[in-house]
Ligand binder design. Structure first.
Ligand SMILES: [Fe+2]
Length: 226
């Protein structure tokens, strides 16, 4: 897993918007115009969780994070950079753009699984924090109460979604952009709500390997509100 740590210096700027930076637009015009593109060896780096690897204990052990983040997440980054290194077509995309573009309207390109898993895992680590986040406040709590009836009902809904997910996948709290409401949704394999233009708020990794080594993960997620 060592090489991933060195890749962290090869990050391109990531932005949480689908607006293309001017440089990217210019670059795509060059590519579309069949102009020769410079060789780029890596595009996306290996982001570190926003806490120490033992910070989520006893719910998620340091050893679990060393494997799940340090080996599995790392492998997705390495796999993606290897794929992107073979082609200049996807050069200049942010991670959000890359996930949406490679989803290809439901006919995923070969890069999609690695790209989406990198995005999902980055988001998953940021969905947690040592000691838990506590009850949501203000606007988010009001929206949860409006759309689910209460925080307790939202929590029940989320846990039920996780327990009923068949196979490997993810559970999400999202803001449905068009309907202007929150929803709990399940996605299979690497699929992320980004591809439907929903706005993810938190996610839970329900791939089998995650939960074999993190059996208390859901307890952690809702610890503060028990
Ligand atoms: Fe995972």
């Amino acid at each position: 897993m060592g090489s991933c740590f060195y890749n962290s210096h090869l990050l391109v700027t990531q932005v949480n918007t689908c607006q293309l930076p001017p440089l990217c637009k210019q670059r795509r015009r060059q590519i579309n115009g069949s102009q020769r593109a410079a060789k780029v060896v890596a595009y996306h780096g290996f982001k570190t969780p926003p806490y120490k690897l033992d910070a989520l204990e006893p719910y998620i052990s340091k050893r679990t994070l060393e494997i799940h983040w340090g080996a599995l997440h790392c492998a997705y980054v390495e796999g993606l950079d290897k794929q992107l290194g073979k082609s200049d077509v996807l050069y200049g995309y942010t991670m959000d753009e890359l996930v949406k573009a490679t989803y290809n309207n439901g006919n995923p390109l070969p890069e999609f699984n690695n790209a989406a898993q990198v995005w999902n895992h980055d988001f998953f680590w940021e969905s947690m924090q040592p000691g838990g986040g506590g009850m949501p406040i203000q606007g988010l709590l009001e929206q949860i109460e409006k759309d689910f009836g209460s925080f307790t009902k939202f929590r029940e809904n989320f846990i039920e979604a996780a327990l009923s997910l068949f196979g490997s996948g993810w559970v999400w709290l999202v803001l449905k952009r068009e309907e202007k409401r929150l929803a709990v949704i399940k996605t299979s394999n690497a699929i992320t709500p980004l591809v439907w233009d929903d706005i993810p708020i938190i996610c839970l990794d329900m791939w089998e390997v995650s939960n074999y080594i993190s059996p208390h993960l859901m307890l952690f997620l809702f610890h503060s509100s028990e």
